[in-house]
Design a binder for this molecule. Structure first.
Ligand SMILES: C[S@@+](CC[C@H](N)C(=O)[O-])C[C@H]1O[C@@H](n2cnc3c(N)ncnc32)[C@H](O)[C@@H]1O
Length: 233
């Protein structure tokens, strides 16, 4: 099976500039599931969250860079009242996540997009629309000349705050100590955010939190993850 050009143009983006891989191998079975589910729960470029049939009063929580979707599945299982919006630019990740969400029978409470988080937040989410945002183990871009590619930047932090309701949360995790400090320092200085652990602090790992692929990978390499929790207002 091949995804048609019309389907690709609508749900699979290749033209927007991002750092990091977008394309890779997707099996025929995964393609079939993308074809089944994306027309129902996908968020193409021309659709905003307001047009996505989200049940009234359902808290809307976004995960940026969901990888294979395991964390999305666990959040959907724990919070049956939430609508989870998953944002991931890597197509094979989107394909895996769609399969996992469907198998767990939680997919109808999600909205999934392969668009970059910057575009989604700027064009598809309204100010003060979100109840929470998770960012787990974002790409570290370790070389100094690539630090500008890191997702947490001053402008992006302000964009995150602007899309959250008062009282909304941002939760982040990283197994790369230098990146954890980078994110903390930017977010601690972002107007409108307060660090639950106090300025300069990290929170303990939530007890009911699942291990994502990258947290596991970090632990195998001997790295201890660090966690951040911010509240708006
Ligand atoms: C290091 S992986 C972590 C995956 C997963 N959160 C985990 O903990 O296993 C970072 C993910 O962020 C995605 N990503 C990078 N830039 C992105 C962007 N601008 N918008 C959405 N996703 C992005 C990458 O494709 C990748 O899957």
């Amino acid at each position: 099976m091949r995804l048609s050009k019309t389907f690709r143009d609508q749900f699979i983006q290749h033209e927007m500039r991002t750092h990091g891989r977008k394309n890779g191998f997707v099996t025929t079975g995964q393609e079939a599931r993308l074809l089944k589910w994306l027309p129902l729960i996908g968020l193409p470029k021309d659709k905003t969250l307001n047009m996505a049939n989200i049940p009234e009063n359902s808290p809307i929580v976004l995960e940026i860079g969901f990888g294979n979707g395991d964390f999305l599945v666990s959040m959907a299982e724990k919070h049956p009242d939430w609508t989870l919006v998953g944002v991931e630019i890597y197509l094979p990740g989107v394909a895996k996540a769609v399969g996992r969400l469907a198998d767990a029978e939680v997919i109808e409470r999600t909205r999934i997009t392969q668009l970059p988080a910057q575009f989604v937040l700027e064009h598809q989410v309204e100010p003060a629309q979100l109840d929470g945002i998770f960012i787990n183990h974002p790409d570290p871009w370790p070389k100094a000349r690539h630090h500008k590619r890191r997702i947490i930047q001053k402008d992006f932090a302000q964009l995150l705050v602007s899309r959250l309701k008062s009282g909304g949360f941002i939760k982040l995790a990283s197994d790369i100590p230098e990146l954890a400090v980078w994110m903390r320092d930017i977010l601690d200085q972002t107007e409108g955010l307060s660090n639950v652990a106090g300025v300069g602090g990290f929170i303990e790992r939530d007890e009911d939190r699942i291990y994502t692929k990258f947290e596991e990978r970090g632990e195998k390499a001997g790295r201890i993850s660090q966690f951040l929790h911010y509240i708006v207002g």
